[in-house]
Design a protein around this ligand. Structure first.
Ligand SMILES: O=C(O)[C@H](O)[C@@H](O)[C@H](O)[C@H](O)COP(=O)(O)O
Length: 256
């Protein structure tokens, strides 16, 4: 099944991409908070996204995060003080700058064994999205590795077939650290909007496979096809260098 709508947005470099992504998040947040949901649920990923958001989100004029609820698309099972902890990094580099309180963040409990940490995080999600069989996030921000993984869903890993659990634990992540907790594909594909953020020439070949290839089995990132949600790819020219499909090149001030 294809995503209900897909857009591929290409920016000259991450210096232009980051502010455009930040404005996009702010606009979507304002729309969600003004809707009957009266809040904005945002799923974060680790990797290079942490520094991009920390640089560009606080710079959005008038950003109001009081009704935001943040979760993690995946997280490394390490203490929050560990430099590998995505929550720890966001906490020190972003959350205080945008006045997001701890009570607005759904985080894993890194002191639990990995399977229990996954179940505990799933319980937190069920409580935060009452009445929803699968939590529907307003926006999930995802990265993609050079092997086509996203979240902690890796190529050829059995977790790609998970259809029951909202959250899964794994002990054998090929990207360190090995123990992680991740949202599963049913949750990713239930989101109102998913935005991949991918920059750099090291991603060009895999991006072509994900967006233009017809491989079976499909790479993890190619399996993220929210329906009826939207799918957006925020790319820089280096990452988009091998694509032949039609893309948009928004101007700086363009509303996305
Ligand atoms: O824990 C992690 O590392 C991430 O959540 C992971 O899925 C990441 O988003 C991709 O590996 C892309 O990372 P980069 O943006 O740093 O290439």
């Amino acid at each position: 099944m294809a995503a209900a709508s897909q857009r591929v947005l290409v920016f000259p470099s991450s210096s232009e991409l980051g502010p455009a992504l930040a404005r996009f998040i702010a606009v979507r947040a304002q729309e969600s908070c003004g809707s009957e949901r009266a809040r904005f649920t945002l799923g974060l990923s680790g990797g290079s996204l942490v520094s991009m958001l920390s640089r560009d989100l606080p710079a959005v004029p008038g950003l109001d995060c009081r009704k935001w609820l943040l979760g993690f698309c995946d997280e490394r099972l390490v203490p929050f003080q560990d430099p590998e902890s995505s929550y720890g990094l966001y906490k020190t580099s972003l959350l205080s700058k945008i006045s997001v309180r701890e009570s607005q963040v759904l985080a894993i409990n890194p002191s639990l064994p990995v399977e229990e940490a996954a179940e505990d995080y799933a319980t937190k999600l069920r409580e935060a999205f009452p009445g929803e069989e699968i939590p529907v996030f307003d926006l999930l921000l995802l990265g993609m590795g050079p092997d086509g993984h996203t979240c902690s869903l890796f190529p050829e890993h059995p977790l790609l077939e998970e259809s029951e659990k909202l959250v899964a634990g794994l002990k054998d992540s090929p990207k360190p650290p090995p123990q992680r907790v991740t949202l599963t594909l049913p949750v990713l594909n239930a989101a109102r909007c998913v935005a991949f953020v991918t920059t750099g020439g090291s991603k060009a070949a895999v991006l072509k496979r994900v967006l233009e290839g017809k491989e079976a089995p499909a790479l993890p990132a190619a399996r993220v096809l929210p329906s009826p949600g939207e799918l957006l790819w925020f790319l820089d020219e280096s990452a988009a260098g091998s694509l032949t499909l039609s893309v948009e090149r928004p101007t700086c001030a363009a509303a996305l």
